[in-house]
Write a protein that binds this ligand. Structure first.
Ligand code: G4P
Length: 527
């Protein structure tokens, strides 16, 4: 069945990226409230604490009050069906956070107006910019003392290399926060009484602006706008869609101010599901055949069944429950009988879904991250999902050597799921690599509870990993010392671990002929 173009064009999938505490959860919550997906503020936070309370491996999530897993929250706003891909919000984020961003069509970057661009935002931004997806910036917490808006915009350019264009503009901040001006709609939104004032042709020179803003506020606004008009980047939707320019919005998520203005612009500017690259050309959302790819596998959501849920982004055609699809990697035909969609508060069975929907399908061990599924006659392989370089490393072994088999099985399974990176050194020691320390905790918990094996983990003093493009791995051993070591990944590819960036830079300086890679795609290993 050919999918309806109008239905597809109504879909939006985006992820929110931010440094912890910038206000991602609060903004998500306000967006869900506007969409009617939740009725009360606090639901998203509560969900983080209570969700999957019945599932025991999620104990960690409960204990730490954080979201280890990511899910999708879908809501309707006017004629749009909006999916927010929720990503772990704590500092201890993992590779999942990165991978989620390979499934979205755009990203919203939340920035704390008093702090500017922070470390985690930079990392997540890098993943988005690799994919050239549009990035929308929401500068939050204007109700508190903020940095100058112009310097915040400069910081975006300096820290991220991302030029910006202001769509809304704040008038003051903290105690002196008076509201925002919408440059595209030529409208003032007053903070105090939440009034919306449409200005005439003369814009903020209109007399009405004087009635609502203080003399200082109005003067500063006029000065700023003059600067923006003269020296700022012009609004350019083509550049925005290519990820070369970010539209910037100001507001306070907590006070729900500037959020609606942001959402309305976002839904107009952000792209609907687009075509996706495969090894044999593009797949378009309106192609008749069904296709999708798995970007996340979540294990044992229900410990009684030891089931796994594979999250699939649908890329073309119509999904219908009970349909048979081919797993391109193995050529195996699989009937998808159980499919689910995760809403803000609950899971719902899904009968039909289209490009731009994310569905969960039950998995008894068939799928791997990056797998492509289709009912087309031709095999399809979607653009590979990248493997990201871990920054934390642990040597790990079973405490009881009689459990070596269980241990190995668990290690292989968790590596296949993409829960953690697994390496071996020349002595066959298992070395784990992660981008966030929580991944180690989850690993330890699962290997104990699912594979009945106690382990000992020993932190290693390395923080940078690079794949080395060489056949001559023997000569790499000569470089090993206390600040640099050689390991092999799950697919026997050589990886050098370095103590820090400085050690790496030195190594590069001395070995200019060696090609070192920061990220690798995993497709070559899964085909
Ligand atoms: P995150 O998901 O990005 O980690 O951030 P989250 O939304 O949890 O917000 C972090 C803290 O910042 C919260 O305060 C939240 O209330 C506050 N916050 C979010 N947006 C705004 C805003 O626009 N203005 C102000 N002033 N504060 C904001 P908390 O005290 O850590 O938590 P809570 O007790 O309020 O839940």
């Amino acid at each position: 069945m050919t999918p309806d173009k109008d239905i597809i064009n109504q879909h939006r999938i985006f992820g929110i990226i931010s440094h912890p505490d910038a206000g991602k959860t609060t903004l998500t919550e306000k967006l869900l409230l506007h969409g009617g997906a939740i009725r009360e503020a606090g639901t998203v936070k509560a969900r983080r604490n209570n969700k999957f309370a019945t599932s025991d491996w999620m104990e960690i999530e409960k204990q730490r009050g954080i979201s280890v897993t990511s899910s999708v929250m879908q809501f309707k706003y006017k004629d749009k069906v909006v999916s927010i891909m929720d990503t772990p919000g704590h500092n201890d984020f993992g590779e999942d956070t990165y991978r989620i961003l390979t499934s979205v069509d755009s990203a919203v970057m939340v920035i704390d107006a008093a702090k500017g661009v922070e470390a985690q935002t930079k990392k997540l931004f890098k993943v988005c910019s690799m994919r050239h997806i549009p990035i929308f910036t929401f500068i939050n917490k204007l109700d508190r003392q903020a940095e100058e808006p112009l310097s915040l915009m400069e910081e975006l350019e300096e820290a991220l290399g991302l030029p910006s264009t202001a769509v809304t503009w704040p008038i003051g901040s903290g105690q002196l926060f008076e509201g925002i001006y919408d440059r595209l709609k030529n409208t003032l939104y007053i903070y105090k009484d939440k009034k919306i004032i449409e200005l005439g042709e003369d814009g903020i020179n209109n007399n009405i602006a004087k009635q609502y803003l203080s003399a200082d506020g109005l003067k500063n606004l006029k000065d700023d706008l003059e600067l923006l008009d003269g020296a700022g980047n012009e609004f350019n939707i083509d550049k925005i869609l290519k990820g070369e320019l970010t539209p910037v919005f100001f507001g306070t998520a907590l006070a729900d101010f500037g959020v609606t203005e942001f959402l309305e612009h976002f839904l107009v500017m952000s792209p609907p599901p687009g075509k996706r690259m495969t090894t044999t050309g593009y797949v378009s959302p309106t192609d008749e055949f069904f296709s999708g790819f798995i970007f996340k596998i979540q294990a044992n959501m229900n410990p009684a069944h030891r089931d796994r849920l594979a999250f699939m982004r649908i890329c073309s055609g119509t999904f219908e429950r009970g349909m048979s699809v081919t797993l391109s990697r193995t050529g195996k035909t699989i009937k998808i009988n159980q499919s689910t969609m995760l809403m803000a508060n609950e899971r719902e069975n899904v009968e039909t879904a289209y490009a731009g929907d994310i569905i969960g399908i039950y998995d008894s061990g068939n799928y791997q991250i990056g797998d492509s599924l289709t009912n087309s006659k031709e095999k399809i392989f979607f653009e590979p999902l990248p493997t990201f370089p871990p920054e934390l490393f642990m040597r790990v072994r079973p405490i009881n050597s009689m459990k070596a088999k269980h241990f190995q099985k668990g290690v292989n399974q968790l590596a296949q799921e993409g829960a953690i990176q697994v390496y071996k050194n020349e002595y066959n020691d298992v070395v784990l690599g992660a981008v966030g320390s929580l991944q180690f905790e989850v690993f330890e918990y699962r290997i104990k509870n699912e594979y009945n094996c106690d382990i000992r983990m020993e932190p290693m003093n390395f923080s940078v990993a690079r794949w080395v493009n060489t056949e001559d791995t023997d000569s790499l051993k000569d470089f090993e010392n206390s600040r640099c070591t050689l390991v092999f990944d799950h697919y026997e590819r050589p990886v050098m671990l370095f103590a820090n960036q400085y050690t790496l830079d030195n190594f590069i300086e001395r070995n200019k002929d060696l090609e070192l890679l920061e990220s690798l795609d995993i497709r070559e290993t899964t085909i």
